[in-house]
Ligand binder design. Structure first.
Ligand code: B1M
Length: 213
């Protein structure tokens, strides 16, 4: 049984040593990568998020935790990336303008790569025009948007409108996700799909790709 408090504790450490040790110990004990991710790292980060909200922690604490979280995910990455072979489809993935949160987006990227998709990660704070420009540059079947703030999720509507209103003959599907995003919001802004978590994100993409064949 994994304890979120243990992960919370190592997420707050200055050095990588404790997080590496805890994640490796959980792997050695036979926990699966999704289990370590959800019941350990994300659950620990959730405690931290509550303290951040209550102003018991400050931005530098959270930045430190983000660094540790990325390190933990790096260790788990090979366990997710099991499938090889040709690409099943191409997705451009980014966090929308005004938003620099990237832990969730990076997880989505790992899960998608592990499922055989080619992922082009355009980073964080990405304006609508840049997403549109990727259509010509990369010809993706899907564009995936992530947002973590109730303010920046509104930018998703602009991106969807810019893509749907672009002059390209074949327009990519748009899928959205991130903590404040809901299915109802996705429908309201005209997105083609919504993923509440990284695994569902992959499922939605696979379903959409089947439609396009
Ligand atoms: Co920020 N932050 N933050 N933060 N931060 C939140 C989001 C917040 C909820 C904290 C809180 O108050 N409780 C709050 C938002 C409040 C709101 O809008 N309602 C908040 C705030 C206010 C802010 C600032 C404004 C703080 C400030 O400066 N005063 C500021 C904004 C900066 C900006 O973006 N312009 C800010 C800054 C930061 C840091 C830089 C310090 C850091 C980010 C570091 C980084 O990402 N590199 C940070 C962090 C770490 C958090 C919390 C603590 C953790 C977020 C996280 O990584 N969660 C967060 C509190 C919380 O969520 N508990 C908080 C783990 C991650 C795995 O989950 O990203 O939801 P998530 O991804 C999931 C799903 O959502 C889904 O799959 C993922 C895996 O299952 N998913 C998709 C995500 N994208 C998807 C896309 C898909 C499909 C699924 O398809 C394309």
């Amino acid at each position: 049984m994994l304890k979120p408090e243990d992960f919370y504790r190592v997420l707050r450490e200055v050095d990588f040593g404790p997080i590496e040790e805890l994640v490796k110990k959980a792997v050695a004990e036979g926990h699966s990568a999704p289990q370590i991710l959800n019941e350990g790292l994300i659950a620990g980060m959730s405690i931290l998020g509550q303290e951040f909200k209550a102003r018991e922690l400050w931005v530098p604490d959270v930045l430190l935790a983000a660094r540790n979280m990325h390190r933990g995910i790096e260790i788990l990455k090979p366990m997710f990336s099991k499938e090889g072979g040709g690409s099943k489809g191409k997705i451009v993935l980014g966090t929308v303008k005004g938003d620099i949160h990237d832990i969730g987006k990076n997880l989505v990227s790992i899960m998608m790569t592990g499922s055989g998709l080619e992922v082009i990660d355009v980073g964080v704070d990405v304006p609508a025009e840049k997403f549109v420009a990727t259509i010509q540059e990369h010809q993706p079947q899907i564009i995936g948007l992530s947002a973590l703030l109730t303010t920046t999720m509104l930018e998703m509507r602009n991106v969807v409108e810019a893509i749907k209103g672009s002059s390209y003959d074949v327009k990519p599907y748009v899928i959205v996700g991130g903590a404040p995003v809901t299915e109802a919001f996705a429908q309201e802004i005209g997105a083609d799909g919504y993923g509440p978590d990284a695994v569902s994100g992959v499922e939605v993409v696979m379903k959409l790709l089947k439609n396009r064949v």
